[in-house]
Structure formats: C-alpha cells, structure tokens
Design a protein around this ligand. Structure first.
Ligand code: UTP
Length: 293
C-alpha cells in the first residue's frame, strides 16, 4: 500500500478577482467565518493522514508563515483572560502538521507553483490541494484527499478529483478526456486547460484536488508556458496521463470555490449556519431578509 504523506498547497496566485482586498493579503488568508480559507484546506489534508504540508506562497508569505508560528502575545493574553477554548484552538493550529514554507518568486502559473515544491518532495508521491477551494465533508466521512489517496494506494496511479459541470462552465476549468472503467473511475487520456465550449472533450472538470507520483516533476521541469502564458499543471497532467496513466474520480463533498466572490460568500453563509454559536441567529436573519427580497 502506497501512503501519501506530503501535501503541497499553492497559495501564491495574485488573487486578482479579490482586489483590492488581496493587494497585501493572500486570498488564502481571507477568513471564512473566523478562520482563514487555508486552514480548512490544511485540516482536510491532516484528516487524510498527511504529515508534511508544503505551502507555496508569494507576496504576503509572512502573513501565512506567522499564522502557523507561536504568538506569545496572543497566547499570553488568552491565558491571562481565561479563554481556554480559544487558546487550545490556537495551539492546535500550530501543532497540527509540519508546515514547510516555500517561495514562488513570480506567479508564473499553477504548474510552476507545484514545481517549486520539488526540492522538498523529491521522489515521493504527494497530494496537491488548491489553497482557495474548500471541500466540506462530515467529520466521520473521508476527506476528498483521503478518497483520492485510497484509490491511489489501490492502483499506484496518479489520481485526481473530477466533477461534472454545466456546458457553459467548461471554459473556467481544466477538462479531462477519458474512458470510464469497470470500477466507475475514468482512465484519463487527455487534459485540456479552459477549453472553449465547442472544443471541450467532456464536461468533467478538475476542481483542485490531486494525488501525483513524483513523475509529474519530470513533466513540469521542461514545461513551456501554455494557455494565458502560464506554466500549466494541466499540460504536465496530460503528459503523465499518456505515459504512466492517470485516474479521474468523482468525489463526495460540498465544494466551495472561495477564490471566487460568490463562492466565498456562500462558504461564509453555509459554514456559519453549521455553527452552534451562529447558526440559529443567522438562519433567523436570512429568513427575515429573504422575505423582504
Ligand atoms: P487561480 O488561478 O485561482 O489563482 O489559481 P489566482 O491567479 O490567484 O486567481 P485570480 O484569477 O487572479 O483571482 C489556483 C490556485 O493556484 C495558486 C493560487 O494561489 C490558487 O490557490 N497559484 C496560481 C499559485 O500558487 N501560483 C501561480 O502562479 C498561480
């Protein structure tokens, strides 16, 4: 059984859809209710048994690093004021995994961000979780990365999450071509980055959760800029699909594209509704508001 122990989280994009908020703060650090988007993503990886988290950050790297460091001032204040529950939450964050921070000096594309992790990951298998997407699963259910890791350990092939999108949405995603297997997965034959609707090989899109063998680095090493002048992860994936083979699998989770304004607002509302301390009040407010709309 091959076990995935490392996860890479790219968080070095420019976040232009969230400007001006993201001029100084990486979008992955924007809060959903009261914790950064990034923390939900890390929790997903940790619940899947990941031990080392490689964060690829750009501008605003310090905001990310500081978040996982001890803050004597904050912890001392919480201790003195007897806020034990909050203190425990803060301490748990810094102890939850080994956080390794890497810099992507220039936002040259997602493929380049993943390649920046090569010196740390070496020839190990690893997971990639986009730092601006939240996948919610119940506490007793496997997280999306756990679902992919399970298939990976059974097949030994790179395994990526896929989801069906509307025809009008294909141009926002990487789209796979593939053949359905007896096990209900897809054997991926090609990957196309943000195709025009009439050129899309399917409606199966890549939402941003992957488990790769280290062979992906070989493809990324010599990758040339692709669509939009960026080094695309999808181009390297297409090469792996054609050489080693790659599996696409539907996942079970509620997905929030928190890097998009509407997805971000939806995540805030839904996560707040799930909270005991906020849910009932927010629900009453939303009902009142809906009646006025
Ligand atoms: P996105 O395309 O959603 O991020 O990349 P972006 O470019 O920051 O977004 P907009 O369109 O300008 O608002 C998906 C993920 O890949 C990371 C981003 O931080 C995000 O988590 N990324 C993207 C990098 O780390 N480096 C890059 O060069 C590009």
């Amino acid at each position: 059984m091959r076990k995935v122990r490392k996860a890479l989280i790219p968080a070095a994009g420019l976040g232009t859809r969230f400007l001006p908020a993201t001029k100084t703060i990486p979008k992955e650090m924007l809060p959903v209710v009261d914790q950064p988007i990034l923390l939900y993503v890390i929790e997903e990886a940790v619940r899947a048994g990941i031990e080392d988290i490689i964060l690829v950050a750009g501008r605003g790297k310090h905001a990310i690093e500081d978040f996982f460091d001890r803050s004597y001032e904050v912890e001392d204040q919480l201790l003195k004021s007897g806020r034990k529950d909050l203190l425990e939450r803060i301490v748990r964050i810094r102890d939850m995994a080994n956080i390794i921070s890497i810099r992507q000096k220039e936002a040259l594309g997602l493929g380049h961000a993943v390649y920046c992790g090569h010196p740390v990951i070496g020839d190990e298998d690893f997971a990639v979780l986009l730092g601006d997407e939240i996948m919610h699963t119940e506490k007793d259910e496997p997280t999306v990365i756990a679902q992919l890791s399970q298939i990976f350990s059974e097949t030994g092939l790179s395994t990526v999450a896929i989801m069906e999108v509307a025809a009008a949405e294909v141009e926002k995603y990487g789209i796979i071509a593939g053949e359905k297997t007896a096990a209900g997965y897809f054997k991926i034959t090609d990957v196309v980055e943000k195709p025009a609707r009439h050129l899309a090989p399917s409606r199966n899109a890549l939402p941003g959760r992957y488990v790769f063998t280290s062979k992906i680095f070989d493809s990324l090493k010599n990758a040339k800029p692709g669509k939009n002048g960026e080094i695309q992860l999808t181009d390297a994936m297409a090469a792996i699909a054609k050489s080693e083979g790659m599996i696409g699998a539907y996942f079970k989770a509620n997905r929030y594209d928190a890097g998009d304004k509407l997805g971000y607002l939806q995540a805030n509302i839904e996560f707040a509704l799930m909270r005991e301390d906020l849910g009932p009040q927010l629900k009453a407010y939303l009902k009142e508001l809906a009646a006025k709309l």
